[in-house]
Design a protein around this ligand. Sequence first.
Ligand code: SF4
Ligand code: SF4
Length: 60
Amino acid sequence: MVHIDRLNCDECGTCVSVCPANALTLGESLAVDEQKCTSCCRCVDVCPFGALSLLREDLE
Ligand code: SF4
Ligand code: SF4
């Protein structure tokens, strides 16, 4: 699942709008629903601040 680097996240919402699984929500801060996330990597690719990454076990 996706890891959020909160120090770098600007809460711009770009990742929320591209997630095909609706796994990301932006309330007081960005949150990921690990039950919904399919580790597709789209949010990681679009984040302008490099604040998202996939955890290693998802890539193996
Ligand atoms: S795209 Fe990046 S900076 Fe914007 S809300 Fe998502 S994680 Fe945060
Ligand atoms: S990896 Fe894909 S499914 Fe998971 S939160 Fe990012 S865009 Fe959504």
